[in-house]
Design a protein around this ligand. Structure first.
Ligand SMILES: *Cc1c(COP(=O)(O)O)cnc(C)c1O
Length: 338
């Protein structure tokens, strides 16, 4: 049995999800006539208390559309230095939006209102005009760390006071909400736009949704078109998203408790220096006396797959297809590695 913990994107759509996909009524979504896409977009918007939603093929696309929406050429985006939008979106902030980026430090991938305030450029000809703040929750590079609403509110207030837009890369926002018990609607209130992935912990084969005001989503649809993201009978894919919102959110708690066990076991392992506190479904472990490539090779020989994450770290992510029996096997196998 191979235990694949490289990512929560590796899940296979379940038979019930596939059945929902094949039964979905379809239409041409570029004509805005796909009833299933409309249902998914509306459902996600309602969950976050927003007016409208836009279904897109990837999380990168929804983030890039949001950045384009909230910036102009020569403006600047403020985000954490390890943000997905900066590290893993192919330089899209520059190529799609012709915007500059200011990168901030912060523990576990999180930034504060105070550091954002210090990073806002003065109104003069030399500096790019600060336009957008983008946060990530959960924070991948922070080990699946979560922001609380109490941390967000001062950031929201600052952005309002300074006339900045606020975007959330909520690829794993449902992991955060399940872990904190906070309400999606309260999160929706705090941001101009939020992007949510269906293809991570929610177990869909494809898809992300951007939510925001009617006006923002109308413009976002136009940007999506220009990026080549207008899709036709996309209800086939959106149906998986509707299924996931109905059945795959609450179960994320299981992924979190399994990740917590993995964190504890790795913490006792002689080749592990320390484990970043496990808050959701991501486990990042810093190695001791062994290179990530070697550790990953040893784990792979034992049928466990993980990824290198920085120069002395590995990452493991729990998901829908990682079961309790796999967890038991994981614990046995990991302690045989030395
Ligand atoms: C996965 C992910 C995305 C989007 O990635 P895609 O692979 O383009 O769907 C965005 N932000 C974060 C934090 C992610 O983990």
């Amino acid at each position: 049995m191979i235990i694949d913990l490289r990512s929560d994107t590796l899940t296979q759509p379940s038979p019930a999800m596939k059945a929902a996909m094949f039964e979905a009524p379809l239409g041409d979504d570029v004509f805005q006539e796909d009833p299933t896409v409309r249902r998914l977009e509306d459902k996600m918007a309602v969950i976050f208390g927003k007016e409208a939603g836009l279904f897109c093929p990837s999380g990168t696309m929804v983030n890039q559309i949001a950045i384009r929406l909230h910036t102009r050429p020569q403006t600047e985006v403020i985000c954490h230095k390890e943000s997905h939008i900066y590290l893993y979106e192919g330089g899209g902030i520059m190529s799609n939006s012709m915007a500059s980026v200011k990168l901030l430090d912060g523990d576990y991938g999180k930034i504060s209102a105070e550091s954002i305030n210090d990073a806002i450029n003065p109104d003069d000809d030399h500096a790019p005009e600060t336009a957008l703040v983008s946060l990530e929750n959960t924070m991948n590079k922070g080990g699946g760390s979560i922001y609380t609403l109490d941390e967000i509110r001062p950031i929201r207030k600052l952005c309002r006071d300074k006339g900045l837009k606020l975007h959330l890369d909520g690829a794993r926002i449902f992991n955060a909400l399940v872990a904190s018990g906070e309400e999606a609607e309260h999160w929706g209130e705090q941001f101009d736009t939020l992007s949510i992935c269906l293809s991570k912990g929610l177990g869909c084969p494809i898809g992300s949704v951007l939510v925001g005001s009617k006006e923002a989503i109308k413009r976002a649809r136009k940007i999506r078109k220009a990026m080549g993201g207008g899709m036709r009978q996309a209800g086939l894919l959106a149906a998986a998203g509707i299924y996931a919102l109905d059945f795959n959110i609450r179960r994320l708690a299981e992924d979190h408790s399994r990740a917590s066990v993995i964190g504890t076991e790795l913490g006792r392992h002689p080749l592990i220096e320390k484990v970043v506190p496990v808050q959701t479904n991501i486990v990042i472990a810093k190695l001791k006396g062994i290179k990530p490539e070697e550790m990953i090779a040893k784990m792979s020989e034992s049928g466990i797959k993980a990824v290198k994450f920085g120069k002395d770290q590995i990452r493991l992510v729990t998901h829908l297809d990682f079961t309790d029996s796999m967890l038991e096997a994981f614990v046995q196998r990991i302690h045989r590695i030395n």
